[in-house]
Design a protein around this ligand. Structure first.
Ligand SMILES: [Zn+2]
Length: 409
């Protein structure tokens, strides 16, 4: 049977019907609805060998002439009240490609489809569970042991109800031993492709992130009796920085967000004594990310001095940019141009399972399909059916090219 992209769209609608409600998709990892989605996917790939690994990643395998393996991946779990495409598109489109390859006989290299466990981290606040276990980058097992969901159920208890032993989850590493390339199709979850009127794009990598808490400290003083030129107003310095980051982002060709400012004492009759700001900076280029951080630090010091307040920085979290494989980026570009005429290269703001696989040293690339209105993690998330069909075709062409690429190396 040839590739049938319309079937992918129909199956995605079927999955939405089965595991969603009026508020959206409800396939939260480590719940019965998630298991229902996994069983449903297994029923669609009846003839192909399926297994779960130690982290409950779900694998289908079409053995090839060589053990070297092309892996296509996505995730069936969703956030609560999520969209019908985030994650599921990659798995269902991947199943269409896998079926097509299996029906053509033994491929030159092994081809596997994986549905990663708990990409979203919706229940326990820890994203990329399954892919980090398989990639060997799950370094926080002790911390995970302490995690609880909103009902007080611990993470180890919740996952053991699904047959996963936290201490053994990283044994999933063996699954990627023969992996020679990794492909992931995903909705963009942003407005770039729609703005350019393009259905598909190649992802260059995922942004590096620097996240800091910046605390400006001045002096609380009476709002009535303190002259304007004698104030040590922490919010005045914070406000200048909140505007300056627009220039910093533009110069660094990245993005900066001051997502939170908490002021104390936080009453209308006092000058602000402390302003605690959270700053998130992202860039695909490690050097530019470092310069953006330096620029923010020197601007903060300058504004603090101008306003006669003190400033302190504390790193909350950071991650390096993860760049995808140049040769696979070329192959993805060719595949997209073949089915859609034009391609575009763009970075990914969100992290994806592909970032974990890439960090493990496996050549990786992602393809994005346009998201309508750039919306995701809501039931309003949507993509035109014609674009979804093109994305399945592009993934299919890319899979063929990558099989050849692996075989020729
Ligand atoms: Zn996703």
């Amino acid at each position: 049977m040839p590739l049938d992209p319309k079937r992918t769209v129909a199956e995605l609608r079927e999955l939405q019907e089965l595991t969603g409600n009026a508020d959206g998709a409800q396939r939260v990892a480590w719940t019965e609805t998630w298991v229902e989605a996994q069983d449903w996917m297994a029923s669609k790939l009846g003839g192909i060998a399926m297994e779960f690994d130690e982290a409950r990643n779900q694998w289908w395998t079409v053995p090839g002439e060589s053990e070297r393996t092309l892996v296509i991946g996505g995730h069936l779990d969703s956030v609560p009240n999520g969209g019908w495409l985030d994650g599921a598109l990659n798995v269902v489109a991947g199943s269409e490609v896998l079926r097509r390859i299996a029906e053509q006989g033994t491929p030159p290299v092994t081809v596997r489809l994986v549905s990663w466990a708990d990409e979203e981290g919706a229940r326990f606040g820890r994203s990329l569970f399954g892919s980090s276990a398989a990639a060997g980058s799950m370094a926080d097992q002790d911390e995970l042991r302490e995690r609880k969901d909103a009902d007080g159920t611990s993470l180890p208890d919740a996952i053991s109800a699904h047959g996963v032993d936290l201490d053994r989850a990283t044994d999933a590493r063996s699954e990627l031993e023969n992996a020679a390339a990794y492909l992931e199709l995903h909705i963009e979850q942003g407005p770039v492709l729609e703005g350019m009127d393009l259905p598909l794009g190649v992802v260059l990598g995922t942004f590096g992130v620097e996240r800091h808490q910046i605390t400006f400290r001045g002096q609380a003083a009476h709002a009535g009796s303190t002259p304007m030129d004698q104030r040590r107003d922490a919010l005045a310095a914070a406000g200048l920085l909140a505007l300056e980051i627009y220039d910093i982002a533009e110069r660094g060709e990245g993005v900066c967000t001051m997502g939170s400012v908490v002021t104390k004492p936080g009453i209308v009759t006092s000058v602000v004594e402390t302003a605690e700001c959270l700053l998130d900076q992202r860039n695909l280029d490690a050097d530019k990310l470092a310069s953006m951080l330096e620029a923010a630090k020197s601007a903060a010091s300058k504004f603090a001095e101008e306003r006669n307040v003190e400033v302190e920085w504390e790193r909350v979290w950071n991650i390096e940019p993860i760049l995808f494989d140049n040769e696979l980026i070329e192959l993805a570009d060719e595949s997209i141009r073949e089915v859609a005429g034009t391609s575009h290269r763009l970075p990914s703001g969100p992290l994806h399972d592909a970032a974990e696989v890439s960090r493990a040293g496996i050549p990786t690339v992602m393809v994005f399909v346009q998201s309508l209105r750039g919306l995701s993690h809501t039931k309003l998330e949507d993509t035109k059916e014609a674009h979804l069909e093109l994305s399945v075709q592009a993934l299919d062409r890319l899979a063929d090219r990558t099989v050849e690429w692996i075989a020729s190396r």
